[in-house]
Design a protein around this ligand. Sequence first.
Ligand code: PA5
Length: 430
Amino acid sequence: MKLSIENIYKFVSNAEISALKTDAEKSLKILHDKTGAGNDFLGWVNLPTQISQSEIDDIQATADKLSTLADFVVVIGIGGSYLGAKSVIEALSHSFANFHTERQRPVVIFAGQNISEDYACELFETLEGRSIAAVVISKSGTTIEPAITFRLIKKYMENAYGVEAARERIVAVTDKERGAMNTIAKKNGYKMFVIPDDVGGRFSVLTPVGLLPVAIAGFDIKKLVEGAADMEKTTDVAIGFEQNQACIYAAARNALYRKGKHVEILANFNPKLHSFAEWWKQLYGESEGKNGKGIFPASVDFTTDLHSLGQYIQDGKRILFETVLSVENPKHKFTAPADEENIDGLNFIADKRIDQINKCAEQGTILAHIDGGVPNIHISIPQIDEYNIGSLIYFFEKACGISGYMLGVNPFDQPGVEAYKKNMFRLLGK
Ligand code: PA5
């Protein structure tokens, strides 16, 4: 992974970034020493290097078993119990995977991430007559969206397969001892995986929360963890500011925030990274948006959104900075064709790789946005694969912890998410 902040220097000086060096290093140390706010939720810091081979093997074996049992696996969860797995699977999958009839692995369908009656109904219409399994992911078991969906799925599967056979097809990922899902799983004899006590939802993608669905979809979870483990080492507390990409990114965004750049847009030029940005938004939004502070995390898929939000980014209120997530090499080779008639006047791109055109769009966009007053941070990975996605995940997690401490908040709690629930439960007559 490469990080470049050279395109923010028109907006913040090198001296202003350097002034944050001590703060960034202090925040990194606090994360490692576990002496800061939310220090009982820092299990993710050393997770990639500490996850045991036996746990990975158990996850893989369970994923393989479910794939032999089912053509469709419904993965139920929301927020931190959903977005990580969704983002990794979407990044690594064929763009049209669900239209492919010959598959080695089951289709992973996500559910329990909304309360839409139509979504629920259409899910069961789709499952009818198919061979299915389910993974329910909930630390508490009482989160309303996955809880409703799990009730429906459990009943459906018990009717379809009988209670005994349904048991074999359901796996729970939940708290080690507490919570409703722990009780339900034990009572019903489901295979269980544990969400560690000291890992919060949005930092849990490298636990069974993310690894099990990713393995079910047929991707290499060892490589994912390996990428994260290498990033854990290169962002370690022993690595000083100048070499520590997590510290540099955290310092850059805090410097921009202090200059009134209150919105960070994560921009990709590859639609496979759409859900990765959704995961990133939860990570940063839930970690930093509190006490009246925080950078608002937004995201765009370019070039698609250049034809919609591009106008605002170029010309609207100057409160934005942009972080471009770039992929150096596509998996495939494809060129634009020449056309004898050339009615559209586009023969100047004939025989050029589609990716070359995309890269010119990327460079052109970055230059235009800087000219328009939008500072740019650039992050690139060589290609989309398990190793590089794992590495990016850990990079963003680490930078998020550092950045949150620099901002002066507890990056590991989320008191604000309870407010709407109180109202909803009151309205439901709880
Ligand atoms: O990051 C978080 O803590 C949240 O997004 C939770 O993961 C989400 O609310 C789901 O909670 P649970 O796993 O208890 O169902």
